[in-house]
Design a protein around this ligand. Structure first.
Ligand code: AMP
Length: 189
């Protein structure tokens, strides 16, 4: 199985690059952000539980996020592999993901981290908000999300680096040029 984590701060291009990767490698795309947004839109109990946290730019608690992720993986028993997009966002999530994948006899192949500086992220998300209208893309909420990234999420990088699974890619430039760098990494697996 080919299991990828596509990692990076909000606005790094995780969703855009994941979309291209799933087409080429026939992987199942699991975006925890997309799953939460679907729950909110469908007004599920989970959606109601998380909607305010997400609107405010906070992370959803690990227990809720991990349970949702595991359920989604289990829905795809014949998958050739997965792209985890926006997950893990904490070291506890990374540990839970490793344990869970081990329990189903697989593991993370590689973690690709898209590196984009803060001023570029802010500019990209301001542009995205004009189209998406996402409440959490508003400037004040984005500050909180970037803060969550540097407080909690960035520690996931040394976790995977210690396992020899981390590949960093410059996330600034043409989408296709960045994608070519990603495929060069993925093709090794
Ligand atoms: P995203 O679309 O990946 O930027 O996610 C949107 C929002 O969903 C985030 O700002 C968090 O509030 C929540 N979220 C998504 N993935 C996670 C995660 N792995 N852990 C905690 N919260 C998450």
């Amino acid at each position: 199985m080919l299991n990828l984590v596509i990692f990076g701060p909000p606005g790094a291009g995780k969703g855009t690059q994941s979309q291209k990767l799933i087409d080429q490698y026939q992987l199942v795309h699991i975006s925890t952000g997309d799953l939460f947004r679907a729950h909110i839109q469908n007004k599920t109990e989970l959606g109601q539980q998380v909607s305010q946290l997400i609107a405010d730019g906070n992370l959803v608690p690990d227990s809720i996020t991990i349970a949702m992720l595991e359920e989604e993986v289990k829905k795809n028993p014949v998958a050739k592999g997965f792209i985890f997009d926006g997950f893990p966002r904490t070291v506890a999530q990374a540990e839970a993901l490793d344990a869970f994948l081990e329990s189903v006899n697989t593991s993370i192949s590689v973690v690709i981290a898209l590196d984009v500086n803060e001023s570029e992220l802010t500019a990209r998300i301001a542009k995205r908000q004009e189209i998406s209208g996402r409440a959490d893309d508003a400037a004040d909420k984005l500050v909180k999300r970037i803060d969550e990234y540097f407080q909690k999420t960035i520690h996931v990088l040394p976790y995977y680096e210690a396992q020899g699974k981390l590949s960093k890619v410059n996330g600034i430039g043409e989408i296709d040029a960045i994608y070519a760098e990603l495929t060069a990494i993925v093709d090794k697996y």
